[in-house]
Design a protein around this ligand. Structure first.
Ligand code: GDP
Ligand code: MG
Length: 786
């Protein structure tokens, strides 16, 4: 029987896991191992992928991948034996002390000898699964405002900070990972960080509500033999639902300090810091890094693990690689370590023999055998130390919400409804209202300034600079602040709540048609906010091909910086149809993006989209503090740009358009320096109805920052924009929608894909924009609309 034949609500036990290579390793690392129990929760509305429950959490998987996994029905007696708690462990539980939230763990074996010399920088790596609360903890530790999200993989770049109160410390928030096998580029980043930059200690954050899967990473970290403390996070949620963790015996089993915390409520964090500083300072390494059990399945894995460890121990020391970790990776089949350890021919053969022997004795292939060994230990640990909560309130709530939001008939209508609502509120209901309010404030200031300057007999040129240049230009841009904030507000609410992960689940099948996977929906949706973070967030995608394709599509998702352009033109030319035109533009971008994806799929980026193995976290109410921090950052960023880039652009443009080459003030800006320079490009823009040097200038300035297009137009046109005509206005809108992304976005693309791709993006976006604008202009002219 294969996993894909399971019916919703049914459970089964996994017998073998097919497939090969990195992908299969990823399945194993996520807990899809022989012996594990799975329950099919539902299929996505379009029939694929499926949502499974395994090891107490929700995982998505495509049917085509599920087909490679064999299952067997769960027999009644085997189920019993699992649920009956061993009486021995029960008595153990009673006698052990029970520190709870806020009580210190105390597992320090080495004590206070031989500290690192005073003044040594204590570097920490913050490592944990996605969504375990790393960023929340990082913010608590450092007081910095990193963006926190509830989508697997929001942290895409590593971030450093100093722990509050410990100026000698430096903590790095690494991307969330599930294991130390490099499946995505993020996993590689984290692994290399620990191996190469050698932090003094690791803070391993473990989600206590999802402890089985989280500990899998913990065990691999322990093998690295770096001082470590486990931060058992989300204790509030665990305890709130009747669960507990026997921290003392967990410490004893893991051999490192374990500190229960709640990052969100800032509970236990101070203790965590004390332990972390202590283990780093006294270099207390894990007491134990050997978890294979000689009793386990005849000890096959145990013998192999130790044999390989002995084989490579000296090599490990020589090359500065933790040998136990290397041994585990070799047994898992990660051959990059053969080279790193410089094993000779003979040793390689021995290694192969050991692996073969293990596989024969164990009756499983090496990767599955290793994964199972780890989960075996985790099960034992959980039996001893963890009282599972009943189904948590959060989870029950999540299931109820999911009945609707990923339900067969409701998911897609709700998605469309929610997106429509977001756009409607942003552009129609709340946005314009706030914008008007801000605009009248700016107008008031402008009047005040004007009266003041007239009274003080200020030079007329300066008056014009301040009023027509700065107030009109920068003022117009600033008035769009509320709309931009709203867009970010809604996007971050959707992301924080966990909804975007569901969108990925629901849309996977559709995205697969254009050669992508559901995961790409995140960068694409973020693209409606700003292309820069969108491009960066593609690092969470597990394949290079998907990453590149997604990056190339993000510029088609119209970013918020283009809104001022739309708003400005629409209010002048189509005040009655604003909503229609703006929606149309967004849709045009999406449609062209899809078309391009089809072309990519059959030319540049042949091949298959990667599997869609993703965790669906519980829905969480977005924390106001996080949202507020994000908005504050965005507002700051926007205002900074408004008052630097756009301010300077406005002044430069004002100057160039008011003076001629002899630096005399000109009466008519047609004689100005700017007119002469921009004139060079005018012939190219003439066929699309934009053959006006003032438009060309504003578009060029848009390359610096899209917001400045409007401010420059304000400065150059004054009130006479209507002279453009409808056809040219539409052409301008289409051109602005599609032409090159701004410098910041191009730089981000360059970082991800290299300079040639970045250049290519600039060129073809401009070409495409020209062609599309030409078509729009031509059609309108043919119909006599000018
Ligand atoms: P990361 O992906 O590991 O960086 O995780 P985040 O810091 O983005 O947190 C993921 C989600 O868990 C967010 O919605 C947080 O608000 C939430 N969260 C983090 N820590 C806690 C905690 O201690 N208790 C509870 N109940 N929620 C938490
Ligand atoms: Mg994070």
């Amino acid at each position: 029987m294969n996993l894909n034949t399971l019916k919703p609500g049914q459970s089964a036990r996994i017998t073998t896991v097919g497939g090969e290579g990195a992908l299969r390793q990823h399945f194993l690392d996520m807990g899809v191992i022989p012996g594990a129990e799975v329950t099919l929760i539902k299929l996505a509305p379009m029939g694929d992928p499926m949502e499974l429950r395994i090891h107490g959490y929700e995982l998505t998987l495509r049917l085509s991948e599920a087909e490679k996994i064999d299952i067997e029905p769960i027999s009644a007696d085997s189920k019993d034996s699992k649920e009956n708690v061993n009486p021995e462990t029960l008595s153990h539980r009673k006698t052990s002390e029970h520190p709870g939230l806020g009580e210190e763990g105390r597992f320090h074996l080495k004590g206070d000898g031989n500290p690192l010399p005073e003044g040594t920088k204590l570097t920490f790596a913050l490592v944990g699964n996605q969504n375990s609360g790393k960023t929340t903890l990082f913010n608590q530790l450092t007081g910095s405002n990193q963006h926190v999200g509830n989508f697997p993989g929001v942290t895409v770049d590593r971030k450093d900070g100093v722990i509050r109160g410990y100026p000698d410390s430096l903590i790095t928030d690494l991307p969330g990972i599930y294991s130390m096998s490099p499946f995505t580029s993020e996993e590689l980043v984290s692994r290399n960080f620990v191996l190469q930059e050698k932090p003094k200690a690791i803070i391993n954050i473990v989600d206590a509500t999802n402890i089985e899967r989280n500990l899998y990473l913990t065990m691999q970290l322990l093998e690295m033999n770096v001082p470590m403390v486990v931060a058992l996070n989300m204790m509030d949620e665990l305890r709130g639902n009747g669960g507990t963790v026997d921290v003392n015996s967990m410490e004893a089993m893991l051999g490192v300090p374990v500190v229960p915390i709640s990052a969100a409520k800032n509970e236990g964090v101070d203790e965590l810091v004390r332990h972390a500083i202590h283990i780093a300072k006294y270099q207390e390494r894990p007491v134990r890094y050997d978890y294979c059990d000689p009793e386990d399945h005849g000890g096959a894995v145990h013998r192999a693990f130790h044999a390989v460890s002995h084989l490579i121990e000296d090599h490990g020391k020589r090359e500065g690689i933790p040998f136990r970790f290397a041994a585990a990776k070799l047994l898992e089949g990660d051959m990059s370590f053969v080279e790193a350890l410089r094993l000779d021919q003979n040793e390689q053969e021995m290694l192969e023999h050991i692996i073969l022997q293990m596989e024969n004795e164990r009756g499983l292939d090496h990767s599955a055998a290793m994964a199972e060994m780890r989960f075996d230990f985790i099960m034992k640990l959980c039996d001893q130390c963890v009282t599972k909560p009943q189904e948590s309130r959060e989870h029950k709530r999540s299931r109820k919400i999911d009945d609707v939001l990923t339900g067969k008939y409701t998911a897609i209508p709700f998605f469309i409804g929610i997106m429509t609502l977001v756009f409607y509120l942003t552009f129609f209901l709340i946005g314009p209202f706030l914008q008007d309010l801000l605009q009248s404030g700016i107008d008031f200031l402008k009047d005040l300034t004007e009266t003041g300057m007239v009274a003080a007999h200020v030079n007329e040129a300066i008056q014009s600079l301040v009023l027509d240049g700065i107030f009109e230009g920068v003022g117009t841009v600033v008035s769009f602040l509320p709309i931009i904030m709203l867009m970010f507000f809604f996007l971050s609410m959707l992301e924080d709540s966990g909804y975007i992960a569901r969108v990925a689940f629901v849309m996977d099948k559709l995205l697969r048609k254009i050669g992508l996977s559901g995961r790409s929906i995140v960068p694409l949706l973020l693209g409606f906010g700003c292309t820069v973070p969108a491009v960066m967030s593609t690092r969470t995608l597990p394949s290079d091909r998907d990453r590149r394709m997604t990056i190339l599509l993000t510029p088609f998702m119209s970013c918020t910086a283009k809104l001022p352009i739309y708003g400005f033109f629409v209010s002048v030319f189509f005040p009655k149809h604003a909503w229609l035109i703006i929606t149309g533009l967004y849709l045009l971008g999406i449609v062209l993006g899809i078309l391009l994806a089809f072309i990519f799929k059959s030319t540049l980026f042949k091949g298959k989209a990667v599997p869609f193995v993703m965790e669906l976290p519980n829905y969480r109410i977005p924390r106001l503090k996080n949202v507020r921090q994000l908005l504050w950052e965005k507002a700051k960023d926007f205002l900074q740009r408004a008052f630097t880039v756009i301010f300077i652009a406005t002044i430069v443009v004002w100057f160039l358009s008011h003076f001629n080459f002899k630096l005399d003030l000109v009466d008519n800006s047609h004689d100005s320096i700017l007119a002469a320079i921009a004139g060079i490009l005018v012939p190219i823009m003439k066929p699309i109805g934009l053959g006006d040097w003032r438009i060309v200038t504003s578009l060029i300035s848009g390359f610096m920052a899209k917001e400045s297009v409007v401010s420059v137009m304000e400065t150059l046109f004054g009130g006479e924009l209507t002279s453009l005509g409808i056809a040219s206005a539409v052409s301008m809108l289409v051109f602005s929608l599609l032409y090159t992304p701004c410098v910041a976005a191009v730089a981000a693309i360059r970082r991800e894909m290299g300079r040639w791709w970045a250049l290519a993006v600039v060129l073809w976006q401009c070409t495409l924009a020209w062609v599309a604008a030409f078509a729009a202009h031509l059609i309108l002219t043919l119909f006599g609309i000018t």
